[in-house]
Every structure is written in structure tokens, then in C-alpha cells.
Design a protein around this ligand. Sequence first.
Ligand code: NI
Ligand code: MN
Length: 225
Amino acid sequence: MDIRFLGHASFELSDGATSVLIDPFLTGNPKAAVAAAELTPNVILLTHGHGDHYGDTVPIAKRSGATVITIVEIAEELTGEGLENVIGPNLGGSVSFAGGSVKLVPAWHSSMTPKGTVSTPTGLIVQFGGATIYHLGDTCLFGDLELIGRRHAIDVALVPIGGFYTMDREDAVEAVRMVAPRQVIPCHYDTFPPIVSDVSAFKSDVESSTGAEVIVLQPGEAHRL
Ligand code: NI
Ligand code: MN
């Protein structure tokens, strides 16, 4: 199974049969590794409604017929946009898809779609390709990360480190300690001036104070599990 970083907080998981696209912000993303038109996912997962996550969801889903899974209020908006395969659980809910499943977990942030739908932001626990991937979404540091890490044996955590809109790289070290994943891929940094970060310092801080390995991906690069 490959985890490809598409830039900012967007990732594509693929096992050769199924492609799972997370937070497809490509148009207008200065770090986008691909154009929206190049992707043909089977499943699209959204952590929350902000434009830098919701991104190109509607055109990609319309063209590909992908099933979109996201919290119920955003799911209702997407159905209203004419998407036919939308599933809208709430926090704690799990949804199965071809080859895997996703569970929505809390994230401490805010959320409104570009069209104004307000909803609760989420993190995503994705079971796919024999691995458990945790996309933290946009969040600050909060205590229940430890609970989530106790409940799920996380293989790879996708962790925001840019600060300003989310936890910064120093809080992210503590988040990694609490979630206790095997590996960490940092994201949500260096896309825009307010979220410039020092990813090398994050990597050395995590690897010297937790058991996790940090894998730094440039946009377009993939990590194979
Ligand atoms: Ni956000
Ligand atoms: Mn964001």
C-alpha cells in the first residue's frame, strides 16, 4: 500500500485496486503535486469543510463517481451539489468501503465549507491495505489524542505541524507521544507564509523523544508500507 503526499494535507492511499483520496485541495494549492483532473479515486474522505481540505471534491467526485465520506452536514451539502454517492456519519461512526473503512474521531478546530455549511471538524482513522492510518485533520493539541492512540494501534499518523491554524511542530511532538504511531508523516506546513515550519527539527525532536519514525515526503512522493 502506498501513501502519496499530494501537498498541504492531501494524501492518496492506494493498494493497486482501490484509490482513497483525502482532503483533495489541489486547485489553488501552491504545493499541489498533481492537478485535480489527474486523479480518479474510488473513495474521497474529508476531515472538515475548510477550502484547503474540501478543495476539488465536487469536480473530482462528479467525474470519477467516487464515494465521498465525511461528517453529515458536509455530506448533505455535497448531495445538494448533485453528488450521488455520499455517506455522512458523525463522530464515532465507521463506514466501510471497498478494501477498507474509516471512522470519524474528534479534532479541535473550526469548520465551514466555502458555501457556508458549519460542522464539526474531524480526524480520520482509516483501515486500508492492512494498515491503520490516522489523519489528524486540522487540530490543536488535545488530551483525547491519547485515548485515540490507546484505542487504535496506529501504523502511520499524518500530523499537522505548521502552527497558526493547527498545532505547531512543538505541540505536534507531544501529539505523537500521545498517539504513539509507528511512523509519522508531517503535513499542513510550508504551504503558505503563516505555516512555515522546520520539518527537520520536528523529525529530530520526535525521533529523540518518542518511539516513532518520521518520514518527510515532498509533494508527489510516496511512502510504501
Ligand atoms: Ni481547517
Ligand atoms: Mn487547513
